[in-house]
Design a binder for this molecule. Structure first.
Ligand SMILES: Nc1ncnc2c1ncn2[C@@H]1O[C@H](COP(=O)(O)OP(=O)(O)OP(=O)(O)O)[C@@H](O)[C@H]1O
Length: 265
C-alpha cells in the first residue's frame, strides 16, 4: 500500500473493555452517529479514522459522557464499561471521567503549577491520604507520561510555561493520575511538531500495557503506527472495524478502501 507503514503488533488481550450497542447520537434533529456497535478491547490501542465530520469525536465523547456537556446532544443505545451501563442514572459522570480519562487536541493545562496540574484529579477524588502519597502519585504519573526527567527540578513552575509537546504530556500525566482504565485521545498530536508527535506516539504504545486507549486521528500513518485495532467511520456509520493491519492492507468495504487510498476524505 503506497508508502503506508503498517507495524504489525499483536493484540495482547481479547478482553472487551467497552461494549457499545445500537448507539445513535443526535444534535437536535440531526443524527451524527447511526447504529454503532463496537467492542473496544482492554490493553490495546484502537484508532478511529474517517473523513472530517464523519462522527469520530462525537462517538469518542459518548464513551465518557463528555457529550452531557452539550445541551442539544442526545445519545441512545447502550454503552457498557466492564458490563456496567455508563448512562445509568446512578452513574456520576465526574467519577466516570476519572475512570475514562480524556486528552484533547490542544494541550490544555490548568493555569497552575506542573505539580498542581497532576495533583488536581487525585485531590478532588480524595485518592491520596497525605502529602507523601500525593508526591508519589505526581511522580509516577509524570514518569508514565515520559515527562519526569524534564520537569523534576521545576515542579512548582507553571504548566503553561512548558513547550507544546511537554504540555500535551503534562495533560496525559494529569489524565493518568486518577488511575483511569481507559484513555480517550482526540487528535492528541495535531498541535505538535514531528519530534513531540513521535514522543507522544511512543508513550501511547507504552500506555497500552496498562490501559485501553482510544485515539481519534486524521493521520492514517499514525493509526497504522500506534494502533492494533482500527474503526473506520463514514457519514455517522461505523463502516468497518478490524485489526489495523487488516484495515490498511486488505479492507473489506469499498468505502474503507477508497478512504485509505485517498479517494475519499
Ligand atoms: N456541538 C455540536 N453541535 C452540533 N453539531 C455538532 C456538534 N459537534 C459535532 N456536530 C456535528 O456532528 C457531525 C460529526 O462531527 P464530529 O466532530 O463528531 O466529526 P469528526 O469525524 O470528529 O470530524 P473532524 O475529523 O472534522 O473533527 C458533524 O456533522 C458536525 O457538524
Amino acid at each position: 500500500m503506497n508508502d503506508m507503514r503498517v507495524v504489525e503488533r499483536s493484540v495482547d488481550s481479547n478482553l472487551s473493555k467497552i461494549s457499545a450497542r445500537n448507539v445513535q447520537v443526535y444534535y437536535g434533529e440531526a443524527q451524527a452517529i447511526r447504529d454503532v456497535n463496537i467492542e473496544i478491547l482492554d490493553r490495546a490501542v484502537t484508532a478511529f479514522i474517517g473523513p472530517s465530520g464523519c462522527g469520530k469525536s462525537t462517538f469518542l465523547r459518548t464513551l465518557n459522557r463528555m457529550n452531557d456537556t452539550i445541551p442539544i446532544c442526545r445519545v441512545e443505545g447502550m454503552i457498557e464499561l466492564d458490563g456496567e451501563n455508563i448512562y445509568d442514572k446512578r452513574v456520576d459522570p465526574v467519577q466516570l471521567r476519572a475512570k475514562v480519562g480524556m486528552v484533547f487536541q490542544k494541550p490544555n493545562p490548568f493555569p497552575k503549577s506542573i505539580y498542581d496540574n497532576v495533583a488536581y484529579g487525585p485531590r478532588i477524588h480524595g485518592l491520596t491520604r497525605n502529602k507523601a502519597d500525593l508526591d508519589a502519585v505526581v511522580e509516577s504519573s509524570l514518569r508514565k507520561a515520559a515527562l519526569w526527567n524534564e520537569v523534576k527540578d521545576r515542579l512548582h513552575a507553571p504548566g503553561t510555561g512548558l513547550s507544546g509537546g511537554q504540555q500535551q504530556r503534562l495533560c496525559i500525566a494529569r489524565a493518568v493520575a486518577t488511575s483511569p482504565e481507559v484513555l480517550l485521545m482526540d487528535e492528541p498530536c495535531s498541535a505538535l511538531d514531528p519530534i513531540a508527535t513521535a514522543q507522544v506516539e511512543e508513550l501511547i504504545d507504552e500506555l497500552r500495557s496498562n490501559f485501553s486507549v482510544v485515539i481519534v486521528t486524521h493521520s492514517m500513518q499514525q493509526a497504522a503506527r500506534v494502533s492494533q485495532k482500527t474503526a473506520f467511520f463514514h457519514l455517522g456509520n461505523l463502516v468497518e472495524y478490524d485489526d489495523t493491519s487488516q484495515i490498511f492492507t486488505n479492507p473489506k468495504d469499498p468505502r474503507t478502501e477508497s478512504y485509505i487510498t485517498g479517494r475519499i476524505g
